[in-house]
Ligand binder design. Structure first.
Ligand code: HEC
Ligand code: HEC
Length: 429
């Protein structure tokens, strides 16, 4: 095997590195993909075995070596830059393969050891230039190179599957039967099994039109909404102690409608985050913002309302991070963190976007209460009746002016941006 390695691999390595790899490591080295993925193949090893002394923490950094940044990162001093370059050019391999206690890495006193696989991966990473990539959540989406469709597969996804199968020394399964295809597609797109009638006479050639039929079914939107409602932390009850029932299902129906009407993703996101602030805001786009109100709600009479209110704003903030940024940002709620790219300043800048709703954080005392802004889900006919009644009230008020100042009541019940809302519900009443 070692002979194969010497023949098969890397003239570069032979000419470049003084040291030969032990056969176990060499064998793994050859089997690793030509191009390692920094985030999957390399960073977990560096993070576990090296960052304690060569990572983000300036207080524990050793030997002027940082392995947590790219070689051209402006955060590196010129000395760190050249130590990193020296490491990748051979010093790292030398240290990983060394048996001498004063040279070997990780050092014996750290009690950390590398497996042959980890060792091979780090050496191959260094040999191939030590590429660095940002955390995936910070990477811009890019078009990928589709591997050529060879003797198997029909679509670009198959090309990726086939390439990986080959790399793993596996061959594709036989094509599925028509019945299996029907069942898979129907379950995936509608969450329901196919019926006996749908099965009878179904052939593989009907697959394409089956997909169109399934996408057009109401059950398609329901199936997709089930996934989205998990992301949106949807529940039919409040989540604390008495766990009172909440009536937020009109939002669930909004999600189902959005999928079935093929609402574009950017609108889907914008409306849920801020549909009430759009220039063309309407009942439907405002309903979408229920997304921000799906946090737990406390019904304990003894809570400090302002504390509960802040909890709810924090919940909206972390949900924004997880749902749309693919990132847990909530660690920065209480402290900056040397390993965390999100600062407390970033966190509270995001928090601020949700911190201006007219909401008191009051306990939910009954199942029909909706503390905070609420939306009347009226239809056109109901709107005309409401307008009529409002007209009657206005007439009455004109004839018999109220003894209180309506503006003063409106001022108390609205929490102006940046101000503490009234601290008890009775002040509002
Ligand atoms: C417990 C602390 C500790 C850990 C963990 C550790 N190192 Fe080190 N490393 C040191 C110290 C201390 C030095 C400087 C002294 C020396 O050169 O031996 C050093 C030096 C080095 C150097 C030489 C830098 C130069 O000056 O050229 C390399 C390369 C290196 N480490 C790689 C690694 C790699 C790769 C890992 C993870 C597999 C690792 N180290 C894990 C403590 C550590
Ligand atoms: C509710 C506030 C709060 C949140 C949220 C929070 N922390 Fe902390 N964290 C603290 C406090 C307070 C300390 C200091 C505790 C002490 O010194 O005893 C601390 C200390 C730490 C430390 C030790 C730091 C050191 O140098 O010793 C780490 C690591 C840490 N937190 C990581 C995290 C991570 C990761 C998250 C997110 C999963 C997180 N924290 C979320 C309040 C918080």
């Amino acid at each position: 095997m070692y002979v194969r390695f010497l023949l098969g691999c890397c003239l570069f390595l032979l000419t470049h590195c003084a040291q030969e790899l032990p056969s176990d490591v060499a064998e793994i080295y050859v089997a690793l993909p030509e191009e390692l993925d920094y985030n999957f193949d390399v960073k977990p090893i560096l993070s576990d075995k090296c960052f304690a002394c060569h990572g983000p923490d300036a207080g524990t950094r050793k030997g002027n070596l940082r392995l947590d940044l790219a070689g051209d990162d402006p955060g590196l001093s010129s000395e760190e830059r050249s130590t990193r370059a020296r490491a990748l050019e051979g010093e790292l391999q030398h240290r990983l393969l060394s048996d001498e206690p004063e040279l070997m890495m990780p050092p014996p006193e750290s009690q950390l050891t590398l497996t042959d696989k980890e060792c091979a991966a780090l050496i191959k990473w260094a040999d191939t230039g030590g590429a660095y990539r940002d955390h995936w959540a910070f990477q811009r989406s890019q078009a990928v190179q589709v591997p050529p469709l060879e003797d198997w597969g029909r679509n670009p996804i198959d090309a990726f599957v086939y390439e990986r199968l080959q790399r793993e020394g596996l061959s594709p399964s036989a094509p599925a039967t028509a019945a299996t295809l029907l069942r898979r597609a129907t379950l995936t797109l509608t969450g329901l099994p196919p019926t006996a009638e749908e099965l009878s006479g179904f052939t593989v050639n009907d697959y394409e039109s089956l997909i169109d039929t399934l996408l057009a079914r109401p059950a398609y939107g329901e199936r997709m909404a089930a996934h989205w409602m998990d992301v949106a932390r949807y529940a039919d009850s409040d989540g604390y102690l008495d766990d009172k029932h909440r009536r937020l299902w009109p939002y669930r129906d909004w999600v189902i409608r959005s999928f079935n009407n093929n609402l574009p993703y950017d609108d889907f996101v914008t409306q849920q985050l801020a549909g009430d602030l759009l220039p063309e805001a309407n009942q439907e786009t405002t309903l979408a913002t229920t997304f921000n109100r799906l946090h737990k709600r406390n019904s304990e009479a003894g809570i400090v309302f302002e504390e509960a209110r802040v909890e709810y704003v924090a919940d909206r903030t972390l949900t924004l991070g997880k749902t749309f940024l693919g990132l847990s940002i909530e660690c920065a709620q209480c402290h900056d963190h040397k390993y965390d790219p999100v600062s407390q300043r970033d966190y509270y800048s995001t928090f601020a976007m949700f911190n201006s709703t007219a909401e008191l954080g009051t306990a939910v005392y009954g199942p029909d209460q909706t503390p905070g802004p609420a939306l009347l889900l009226s239809d056109a006919r109901q709107d005309s009746i409401i307008d009529y009644i409002r007209g009657l009230i206005a007439e009455q008020e004109k004839a018999n002016p109220p003894s209180y100042d309506p503006q003063a009541v409106a001022d108390v019940t609205r929490a102006p941006a940046g101000c503490m809302p009234p601290s008890t519900a009775s002040e509002v009443r």
